[in-house]
Design a protein. Structure first.
Length: 139
């Protein structure tokens, strides 16, 4: 079974998760980096190091961001992909507000002082998989 998710479902799943993967282009080729996020309005807020690959090549660039979940036992899961352009948040007051109320709380160690906003222009998702009963009969 494969079901396309509606926009609202995609938005809700993004908001219910805190970790995803951001795909960016670098001079060495495409790179996918894990990153923490929060959702504010219709945008993802990311916090990274200014010298990381994401901090160096991600802002002012078109990126893809994916969150997903799966259950191997039931062979089911979902995936949401946001496409859009990242922008630096250079306004100190806005960065302070985000850190106070919408901080992505990076798991990675080190100084993560750069806030990025990914305003998606495409948000798509799908749910896939079989039910437990289908899995047993597919055996």
């Amino acid at each position: 079974m494969d079901t396309e998710l509606h926009y609202r479902e995609c938005r809700d799943l993004l908001g219910a998760t805190t970790v995803g993967r951001c795909a960016i282009s670098t001079p060495q080729g495409p790179v996918i980096v894990p990153v923490n996020h929060t959702v504010v309005d219709d945008a993802l807020i990311l916090r990274t190091s200014p010298y990381s690959q994401l901090g160096t090549y991600g802002w002012s660039a078109r990126v893809a961001y994916e969150v997903d979940s799966y259950d191997e036992a039931t062979r089911s899961g979902w995936s949401v992909v946001a496409l859009g352009t990242c922008e630096r948040i250079d306004n100190v007051a806005e960065a302070t507000f985000l850190r106070t109320f919408h901080d992505p709380d990076p798991w990675a160690q080190g100084a993560r002082t750069l806030f990025l906003r990914l305003r998606w222009d495409q948000l798509t998702g799908r749910r896939i998989g079989m039910t437990r009963m289908d899995t047993r009969s597919a055996g």
